[in-house]
Ligand binder design. Structure first.
Ligand SMILES: C[S@@+](CC[C@H](N)C(=O)[O-])C[C@H]1O[C@@H](n2cnc3c(N)ncnc32)[C@H](O)[C@@H]1O
Length: 256
């Protein structure tokens, strides 16, 4: 995947950090020795970890040099490493693996979750949040545009749609055999967006990236214009002219 644009991602940082806060309050640890923020992005989730666990050693990990640059500027006291979550392994004193909005991008992520959980020390925690929004209009419309434009036969565009997340039952059956406790839940956010175009801006920092990065500048513009038109039709203004972006998310907190 092309480098994530940290600037684009940070446009909606308050909204994107809210689920990280909601995940963190459910982490049943007092003083973890070492914490790794998997897919730390520009350091917004890492900052929450620093606030809650000031005594712990905190490491941010991401595959994007752009994101890591921003994270290092923001939290010079933390260590940040460039690595691929799919193949990375935690040091033995790691008590908390925290991953807000990153595992959905990892191929075969359930097996990666199981591998990482299994390697934690007894009492160690794996805390994960993933968008579960592949059936929401904003995401379905990305697929529609991808399948109908002049880019429809581009193999990278064909491979761009993110598969639906497995069910909570599937995660439970996979992870319960390697942990003492597991809590799985959904929350549905209704983010207030200034305009329908704000929804397009939001997804330019996340799920639109795999569609846009294979295209040249003119095709990108055409893709975004077609997508914007569909978003305007699908997300109607509320009483004050703003629109609500409905956003379901899946949370997992597993204790080894
Ligand atoms: C949606 S952002 C989440 C950022 C931050 N954790 C937050 O709470 O907002 C997802 C991050 O995961 C990173 N990422 C995606 N695939 C990755 C991989 N295979 N290994 C490491 N990081 C990855 C991206 O570079 C991006 O910074």
């Amino acid at each position: 995947m092309e480098d994530w644009s940290a600037r684009q991602y940070r446009k909606f940082e308050d909204e994107r950090t809210r689920p990280a806060r909601d995940l963190l309050v459910q982490v049943p640890l007092q003083r973890p020795r070492r914490i790794v923020d998997l897919g730390c992005g520009p350091g917004n989730s890492t900052e929450l970890l620093v606030e809650r666990f000031p005594q712990s050693e905190i490491v941010g990990l991401d595959s994007s040099p752009d994101m890591l640059r921003k994270a290092r500027e923001r939290l010079p006291q933390c260590q940040f490493i460039e690595a691929d979550i799919a193949t990375w392994a935690a040091a033995p004193d790691t008590d908390l693996l925290f991953a807000n909005a990153s595992f959905q991008w990892i191929p075969d992520h359930p097996q990666v979750l199981r591998r990482l959980l299994q390697a934690l020390p007894a009492g160690g925690v794996l805390a994960v949040q993933m968008p579960d929004n592949t059936r929401e209009p904003a995401n379905l419309l990305q697929r529609e545009v991808a399948a109908s434009g002049p880019w429809a036969d581009n193999p990278q565009i064909k491979a761009a749609p993110r598969p639906d997340l497995p069910s909570p039952e599937a995660y439970y059956d996979l992870l319960k055999p390697v942990c003492a406790q597991i809590d799985i839940w959904h929350s549905i956010y209704n983010h207030v967006m200034a305009t329908p175009q704000s929804i397009v801006e939001w997804f330019k920092g996340s799920s639109l990236q795999p569609y846009l990065s294979p295209l040249d500048a003119a095709a990108r513009e055409a893709f975004l214009a077609a997508y914007t038109q569909k978003i305007v039709a699908a997300y109607k203004p509320r009483i004050d002219g703003k629109v609500l972006l409905r956003f379901p998310r899946l949370f997992i907190v597993a204790v080894r």
